[in-house]
Design a protein around this ligand. Structure first.
Ligand SMILES: O=c1ccn([C@@H]2O[C@H](COP(=O)(O)OP(=O)(O)O[C@H]3O[C@H](CO)[C@@H](O)[C@H](O)[C@H]3O)[C@@H](O)[C@H]2O)c(=O)[nH]1
Length: 481
């Protein structure tokens, strides 16, 4: 039996790493000829990620993890850090892959290197794969519309000399193949409107075209328009294999488990679909002014709430938010006492468990792609409050394209690394959004339930994503012959 080894290179950060590991698990579970080696880049130590990796490597004997040497971020260049990190890892990746190849050559039973599966930011590694004479694939942790839009904007730039950064602040609406509705320039991904990021994004899209295929964490029934758009133009095969979620909470420690039990207990005591859950992803935290407005908005809405409240890193720093030691310090006076029965403030949330709980009736979210897929999976509607990256586009998809949510503010935008100049959304706007969410019409709830069913079906034997995963394996093995 011919055996194949895929080398996966994710970027650091839980929201890219987890779904990448989950897709690797699906691959090795599906086909015993496959094994996967992860080359892990680390910026700082993150116990949550370490525990997750440990638990997966213990449970799956055909997935192993190799740590690349750690790099300290350059404090003066936070925005460039990810790209410089990836560049500096190139020689280390070469070393590790050479070792794999020698092992494979020295033992006839070992799998043969069959390709690289790269995170969207890791396109420089395509050159390394070329040196080893194996194909590169991308694993995209965001949606298909975002990918299609990147190709569209890159072609517009290269062929018609249109500078997408000119759409910044414009009222234009763009007809694009990725979506059925015209897309307002106001919801274009921040990374494409930002002069500093744009060249990298354009370069990235050009390099995507060189790969042998792009695996996407989405499913046909969710993004049919975008997926169909890939059939035109010079675009490699696309494999929509999602939704890929981590529902097991692999690697939670005892302390976390205790906190989560307390959250579950609180939710158990609330009426059905009565709680609005607020969470803004792995990097989302707000300054004190915004925290106060959220608190007032929640209180005025009269709805029960479970709020993952996190403290942003100091200005200009690229660090994940931390839990507040004492949330009372930033909340309006008396808020915690007045809402002691109807609300609960938490730090890092066991998000999938929360969304799975029958007491949760709505989710105020920044529309990170994982959060979107999780909300669909559990049929919990979203009130969109995008922050950065491609989140405005994701919000537009959910609200306008799919009609599955409501907005707090679909075109809200702020810098990924806070510059302290964020616009504050008022308590009134938040209250209105929360009311719309929690009083959502039956028609939309029904539609969401239907999509939730489709998301689960896609992964079942014979479902669309199950079939696409099989095709990916087939194509990988064919290449090996
Ligand atoms: O308190 C928390 C916060 C987050 N999560 C989980 O962490 C993940 C967060 O992922 P996501 O919702 O995608 O948000 P980000 O962390 O902001 O994700 C980044 O990566 C995504 C995938 O590429 C992009 O769509 C986003 O724009 C980008 O910010 C999800 O699985 C959540 O369930 C928790 O479990 N508890």
């Amino acid at each position: 039996m011919k055996k194949a080894e895929l080398v996966f290179i994710p970027t650091p950060g839980i929201s890219h790493l987890v779904s990448t590991v989950e897709v690797a698990k699906l691959l090795v579970d599906r086909d015993e000829r496959l094994s996967v080696t992860f080359l892990i880049m680390k910026i700082r130590s993150d116990p949550k990620i370490d525990r997750f990796i440990n638990s997966v490597s213990t449970a799956c004997n055909r997935i192993r993890f190799i740590d690349l040497p750690k790099n300290e971020p350059d404090p003066n260049q936070p925005r460039k850090f990810l790209y410089s990190l990836i560049e500096t890892q190139i020689p280390h990746v070469k070393d590790e892959v050479s070792k794999l190849v020698s092992q494979s050559e020295s033992s006839p039973d070992s799998p043969t290197l069959s390709g690289f599966v790269l995170d969207m930011f890791c396109t420089p590694m395509i050159d390394v794969a070329n040196e080893f004479g194996v194909p590169s694939y991308i694993f995209l942790t965001s949606g298909a519309a975002f990918l299609s839009l990147q190709f569209y904007v890159q072609a517009l730039h290269d062929e018609q000399k249109v500078d997408p950064a000119e759409f910044k602040g414009s009222d234009a609406e763009l007809v694009m193949p990725c979506l059925a509705n015209p897309v307002p320039a106001k919801v274009l991904p921040s990374v494409l409107l930002n002069k500093e990021w744009l060249p990298t994004m354009l370069h990235q899209a050009r390099r995507f075209r060189e790969t042998k295929g792009i695996i996407i964490n989405t499913f046909e029934e969710l993004e049919s328009h975008a997926i169909n758009s890939f059939s035109k133009g010079n675009i490699p095969p696309v494999y929509p294999v999602g939704p890929i979620l981590n529902l097991n909470r692999d690697g939670d420690c005892d302390e976390e488990s205790d906190k989560y039990k307390d959250i579950k207990q609180w939710l158990d005591d609330q009426p059905l679909s009565s709680v609005v859950y607020l969470c803004f992803g792995s990097m989302g935290g707000f300054g004190e002014d915004q925290v106060k407005e959220i608190a007032w908005g929640l209180e005025q809405s009269g709805h029960r709430f479970l709020w993952s409240l996190r403290q942003p890193p100091p200005q200009g720093k690229m660090e994940p938010p931390s839990d507040y030691t004492n949330p009372r310090d930033v909340l309006p006076e008396g808020f915690l006492d007045r809402t002691a029965i109807t609300g609960k403030i938490i730090g890092w949330a066991p998000q999938t468990d929360i969304l799975a709980h029958p007491s949760v009736g709505g989710f105020v979210s920044h529309c990170g792609w994982n959060s979107i897929l999780e909300s669909i999976w559990f049929g919990v509607p979203i009130a969109a409050w995008p922050l950065y990256a491609e989140q405005q586009l994701n919000a537009f998809q959910m609200i306008v394209e799919l009609g599955l949510g409501v907005e707090i503010k679909m075109d809200y935008r702020r810098e990924f690394i806070s510059d302290g100049n964020e616009t504050v959304i008022s308590a009134g706007e938040i209250e209105r959004g929360v009311r719309c969410l929690m009083e959502l019409c039956d028609e939309k709830r029904e539609k969401l339930k239907e999509m939730s069913g489709k998301s689960r079906k896609a992964l079942e034997n014979g479902g669309s994503s199950f079939t696409w995963l099989g095709r990916f394996i087939q194509d990988t093995m064919d290449h090996l012959k």
